[in-house]
Design a protein around this ligand. Structure first.
Ligand SMILES: [Zn+2]
Length: 482
């Protein structure tokens, strides 16, 4: 589809939305061209950073109003050919649509290309965005508010009532979703559209068993169609955070911890099976690259919307597009991307490499992490501690976290600091010695005091009674200061 914004009075056109004509103050209507023909072809045989696969063709397309756009394709066309997008033939197909100024049209186009996705006027809907931490929209940590706003507009246009829609999420364990939803702009979009925002962590939950694992899942999920609306991001633990990872926060805190303890790559597909009616419309309008999933990552400027009934297939297509390697033990390892039907755009034409996450980097240059698939609570703790120590340089520390640790992962590592109870339990099985252990139970100020000591001294520092008194004093002071 080719879109233009046109003045009703003087017929001036824009390729981006304007509210009023700047020449004559006339009203603007959206012009959507649907009969599209190829009027020009350029073959490119030299690769460039954003277009690494050659040869490809840039078509010049023209609609019935004479509006033109360029479009990249790996296929061969002739001048005068009609340009038609094929609809999906398979149930697990993934639609990928480019967007720049009009996310609403992109969401409509993506869902329209899929097969068997039905939304009806009397549907009860639960939208599950990703809102994991307090961050501004441009940081791409959380689902973009413009994306949610466009998605709601699509639902309302279908006749779905606003009182039948809820937006539900919980932040990473240890963070408050109300703070996160407010800073991310999501709460404002909910208010503006008259839609309820529900904090999943408050429940109620229902127990559901799937392949031998018991999940306590947010009860509303069972009575509603779920629209999974994750932001697509890199993730230093899992490779990416996308459609599958976003579903994990439909479960209560205890279930989430249990899922990571038993191996998230095994338990998450079981959770996906246990949730009856889920359809994913993913936000890659910006998306994240680099050191995701928290604010250390950078915006990726992808301008894409992805949709599918199969969350794992969608995640693997995202890895294909962004040329991210699928790490071993990953959530989507079992999927062969060659067997996934991609509609809306060609996978090879979309491919361009974004920055991957480094599995060992933290916010602090002297603190490295060795991750045994730590649960969101430990991830959050690690991120908080390392961020607060930025600026204090010292001797390198290896922070070890998560239950999926092996002795091999720790070979040759010195100054090991074990973070979180899962990792502490696991370390007891190993012959490797650690410099310190930080339990989840101890106060954050004490955790920071210990890490500071480790950074600035050599050998085996311990928290002394004096440190404890100091940390208690600081605690008291910070409370008084508030
Ligand atoms: Zn005008």
């Amino acid at each position: 589809m080719i879109i233009r914004w046109v003045c009703e009075k003087c017929s001036k056109k824009w390729i981006y939305p304007v509210e009023k004509c700047v020449y004559c103050k006339g009203s603007i209507t959206k012009q959507k061209g649907a009969k599209i023909k190829v009027v020009g072809i350029t073959k490119v045989t030299i690769p460039s950073p954003m277009h690494p696969i050659i040869p490809y063709n840039i078509l010049l397309l023209q609609d019935e109003f004479g509006n033109r756009v360029p479009r990249k394709t790996m296929k061969e066309y002739k001048i005068g050919d009609e340009f038609v997008l094929q609809k999906a033939k398979t149930k697990d197909a993934v639609a990928v649509v480019r967007t720049k100024y009009d996310i609403y049209e992109a969401i409509k186009e993506a869902t329209g290309l899929l097969n068997g996705v039905e939304l009806n006027a009397d549907d009860k809907i639960l939208i599950k965005p990703s809102i994991i931490a307090a961050a501004y929209p441009y940081q791409a940590v959380n689902t973009n508010p413009d994306f949610l706003n466009a998605l709601l507009a699509v639902l309302f246009e279908l006749g779905i009532k606003k009182e039948n829609v809820i937006v539900a999420e919980q932040a990473l364990i240890g963070s408050d979703v109300a703070d996160a939803a407010s800073k991310s702009g999501i709460l404002e979009v909910c208010k503006k559209n008259g839609v309820e925002f529900a904090d999943i962590s408050k429940g109620p939950f229902e127990e559901v068993e799937s392949d031998g694992f018991k999940f306590r899942i947010f009860k509303e999920v069972m009575n509603r169609k779920v629209i999974n609306a994750p932001i697509m991001k890199t993730n230093f633990q899992l490779g990416i955070s996308g459609a599958l990872e976003n579903l994990s926060r439909l479960a209560d805190e205890k279930t989430q911890r249990g899922m990571y303890f038993d191996g998230i790559e095994k338990t998450l597909p079981k959770l996906a099976k246990a949730v009856p009616d889920v359809f994913t419309i993913a936000d890659a309008t910006n998306g994240m690259q680099g050191q995701g999933p928290l604010a250390l990552g950078e915006p990726a400027f992808l301008n894409l919307v992805l949709a599918s009934s199969n969350a794992a297939a969608l995640d693997s297509v995202f890895c294909g597009i962004t040329m991210l390697e699928i790490p071993s033990g990953s959530l989507i390892k079992g999927i062969d991307i060659k067997n996934v039907e991609v509609v809306g755009n060609e996978l090879d034409a979309l491919k361009y490499p974004i920055k991957a996450a480094n599995p060992h980097d933290t916010a602090h240059p002297d603190i490295k992490v060795i991750d045994g698939k730590a649960c969101p609570a430990c991830l959050n703790m690690m991120y908080g501690l390392t961020s607060k120590l930025v600026g204090l340089r010292g001797n390198e520390i290896n922070l070890v976290m998560g239950p999926m640790l092996t002795e091999d992962m720790l070979k040759g590592k010195e100054r090991i600091v074990v973070l979180g109870d899962c990792a502490i339990k696991k370390m007891d099985e190993f012959s490797i010695k650690s410099a310190a252990k930080i339990s989840e139970g101890i106060d954050e100020v004490e955790q920071l005091v210990l890490l500071k000591k480790l950074l600035t001294t050599e050998g085996q520092p311990k928290i002394t009674p004096v440190d404890k008194v100091k940390s208690k004093m600081k605690n008291l002071l910070s409370k008084v200061m508030k």
